[in-house]
Design a protein around this ligand. Structure first.
Ligand SMILES: *Cc1c(COP(=O)(O)O)cnc(C)c1O
Length: 388
């Protein structure tokens, strides 16, 4: 299916709603039945009827179909956050006594779930360096049921060889889940590489305007139906119709935004690489990146996140740099219209700053502004720390 068709037409039946271009927001909690028999069969199979919007909703349905098609997946569920998608997908694939192998430093709330919630139910997680597929294979135990991947991750962008890990998992009957928030399905399609479940925070690029929190989970129809009938409806964290509508709106411009962000990021990357106050830039599609060849082979693009190490050896200097930025905002998240920065040292107590490269990292997200506008802002902030 053409991406343009998916984003603009697919799953929309305009004859159902006055030929309106924008689909309606079906803001209803429940649906009425004409016969007891119809109600009875809905109880039997909620996944194929309109019963109650914690389950299915027509506006959400349009979105689900589009997102499944983008990922090349049979089916999709949309959650009220990326974290909810992570939680439901993992919970659905473990029971007491099971073992998970996860890439080290997964998304914060995935890690909290592995470290704090799952051990209460006797599910243990081993973290490995996912850049080498052999580390997965040596971490497998008799009770391993799940591999948890995130490729690239969001500060240092380590990748996993998705096809190789998926193949290994299949040999051992292990389910694979991959967090694809960094790339979106436009730039990486893990299902086609053999991954079972792919998720992303739609808060990032799909929403794209920093005004909605949501998460996507795609996979085969059997597993998605099983999750719908259990974790999805039980946790009750499905997306609300209005937010689904905002995401459909976000999809209209997804390709255009990603293309623009990608070309801006390349320019900003070149600028940073040539700046005397920058020690190193980390970006998976930069030739200097250790896994550049793998990135090239499994990702179509790199989008807007990059990390640079600043040659500034005090917390106050790094703080001054960040606080001197006039347009690039300091905030968590990314994927919106606005460029953002976070210094690694915001996550540590100033007393424990040791000046290591790791602690001098800044994560920059390039938004939809003009490349020159972003570069000028960085330039004047570098000047502030250079001159004082
Ligand atoms: C933001 C993010 C999430 C969580 O998504 P929310 O929508 O914020 O719950 C998960 N994974 C990655 C890589 C993220 O960046």
């Amino acid at each position: 299916m053409d991406i343009s068709y998916i984003l603009n037409e697919y799953a929309e039946d305009r004859d159902e709603y006055f030929r309106a271009i924008a689909p309606p927001i079906m803001q209803t909690s429940n649906f009425a039945f004409k016969t007891v028999e119809a109600l009875r069969s809905s109880f039997d199979d909620e996944y194929s009827t309109w019963l109650y919007s914690r389950g299915l909703n027509p506006t959400v349905e349009i979105l689900r179909k589009k997102l499944a098609a983008l990922d090349g997946a049979e089916d999709c569920l949309v959650f009220n956050s990326g974290s909810a998608a992570i939680f439901a997908s993992v919970l659905a694939n473990v029971k007491s006594g099971d073992h998970i192998v996860s890439v080290r430093n997964p998304y914060t709330w995935a890690k909290k779930m592995f470290d704090e919630i799952l051990p209460r139910f006797n599910v243990r997680t081993t973290y490995i360096d996912g850049t080498d597929v052999n580390n997965f294979s040596s971490a497998i135990r008799e009770n391993t049921t799940l591999f948890y991947l995130e490729s690239p991750n969001s500060w240092t962008y380590e990748l996993q060889d998705l096809a190789a890990v998926a193949q290994l998992a299949k040999q051992h009957n292990i389910i694979t889940i991959c967090d694809n928030s960094f790339c979106t399905p436009l730039y990486q399609r893990p299902i086609e590489l053999g991954i079972d479940l792919v998720l992303q925070s739609a808060t990032k690029y799909i929403g794209g305007h920093s005004d909605v929190i949501a998460g996507v989970l795609c996979g085969g129809s059997d597993i998605i139906k099983r999750i719908f009938n259990s974790e999805y409806n039980n946790i009750g964290s499905g997306i609300q119709p209005f937010n689904a509508w905002l995401l459909i709106r976000g999809l209209r411009t997804l390709q255009a935004r990603l293309d623009r962000i990608t070309s801006t990021t390349e320019k900003v990357l070149d600028y940073l690489k040539s700046h005397p106050l920058v020690e190193k830039v980390i970006f998976p599609l930069d030739e200097a990146f250790p896994q550049y060849d793998l990135a090239k082979s499994q990702m179509k693009g790199g989008c807007g996140l990059l990390t640079f190490v600043i040659k500034c050896y005090t917390v106050s200097g790094i703080e001054k740099f960040c606080e001197s930025l006039k347009h690039i905002l300091m905030a968590v998240s990314w994927g919106g219209h606005e460029s953002l920065i976070i210094p690694r040292c915001a996550g540590i107590k100033p007393e424990s700053f040791n000046g290591s490269a790791d602690q001098r990292m800044l994560r920059l997200y390039c938004g939809l502004e003009d490349a020159d506008y972003i570069i000028k802002d960085l330039e004047q902030a570098f000047n502030v720390i250079e001159n004082g």
